[in-house]
Design a protein around this ligand. Structure first.
Ligand SMILES: NC(=O)c1ccc[n+]([C@@H]2O[C@H](COP(=O)([O-])OP(=O)(O)OC[C@H]3O[C@@H](n4cnc5c(N)ncnc54)[C@H](O)[C@@H]3O)[C@@H](O)[C@H]2O)c1
Length: 260
């Protein structure tokens, strides 16, 4: 079997990626069109969407959408646009997330910032997943969904609005995977470590805590994202959290042993 050729079936499969204007979402959306999959690039910022599509390997397969996923109307407009432009969405990636600001600690984060973080990550992640699943179930078509969570779904980040939104998403992945497995819809979480993308202002000194010795790049995430999305490569994987962190989460109060 030629495992890595044609991981997708572009005649029957089409994708929707949120947060496709920047960072990890952009890298995954570009990789999907590179595999021949028609893909909606959804983001809040028009200039980012245009730039992401322009730099994609096969821009003719990319469909732009610009809007605000913090609102239910925004989510429904995206679903309608996806339906009319690419038809049935079989592969969904939810990477949109408002910026994290270190100043938004437990005593400072405001109501609006708290609500936006939950609205875009958790509420939109749930609503978009459920509506896409409804359509797939009605059409008796399998699907594969990937939600971007975080190591901070399980350990504090000094940003309670962010860590609680990600903790909610981590459980959402398990709930949806359990509910929809019987319909052939797989739902998994991609868990990035310290990725020097737009949403994380990376201190290069962090590299000393990472066993593989460097911060991650958005392109470190895309190949694994495609593998987890592809039914051919991961058809028996659902409800899983796939950690891509260069080993960062292995760090604790013990330094690695001296070997020389
Ligand atoms: N970069 C990391 O180190 C890291 C680590 C753990 C988890 N993550 C998660 O991975 C995902 C992507 O992270 P990133 O660093 O690539 O982020 P990013 O900030 O580079 O990209 C996020 C994109 O989401 C878009 N967005 C924000 N609010 C939106 C809204 N209301 N409607 C529509 N689009 C909106 C932004 O415009 C942006 O282009 C996020 O969910 C993030 O929490 C990232």
């Amino acid at each position: 079997m030629n495992l890595f050729n044609s991981a997708f079936d572009p005649a029957r499969e089409a994708a929707l990626v949120t947060g496709a204007g920047n960072g990890i979402g952009r890298a995954i959306a570009q990789a999907l069109v590179g595999e021949g999959v028609r893909t909606v690039f959804a983001d809040l910022h028009e200039d980012r969407v245009s730039a992401a599509i322009k730099a994609a390997p096969r821009p003719e397969l990319a469909v732009p959408w610009v809007g605000d996923l913090a609102s239910r109307d925004g989510c429904d407009a995206l679903l309608a646009h996806a339906q009319s432009s690419i038809g049935q969405v079989t592969h969904f990636v939810h990477s949109a997330s408002p910026p994290r600001r270190e100043a938004d600690h437990a005593m400072a984060v405001g109501d609006h910032t708290w609500r936006q973080m939950h609205a875009v990550n958790l509420d939109a992640g749930f609503h978009l997943s459920r509506e896409l699943a409804r359509s797939l179930i009605a059409a008796k078509t399998p699907g594969s969904f990937l939600l971007l969570t975080s190591l901070h779904s399980g350990t504090p980040r000094n940003l309670p609005h962010y860590s609680t939104a990600k903790a909610g998403m981590a459980m959402l992945v398990k709930e949806l995977a359990k509910s929809w497995g019987r319909y052939g819809i797989r739902v998994n979480a991609l868990v990035p470590g310290a990725i020097a993308a737009g949403g994380f202002v990376a201190d290069p000194a962090l590299a000393r805590h990472i066993p593989l010795g460097r911060l991650g790049q958005a392109d470190d995430l895309a190949p694994m994202a495609l593998a987890v999305l592809s039914h051919k490569l991961s058809g028996y994987v659902t409800g899983a959290s796939i950690v891509i962190d260069g080993g960062l989460s292995l760090t604790n109060w013990f330094a690695p042993p001296e070997l020389e």
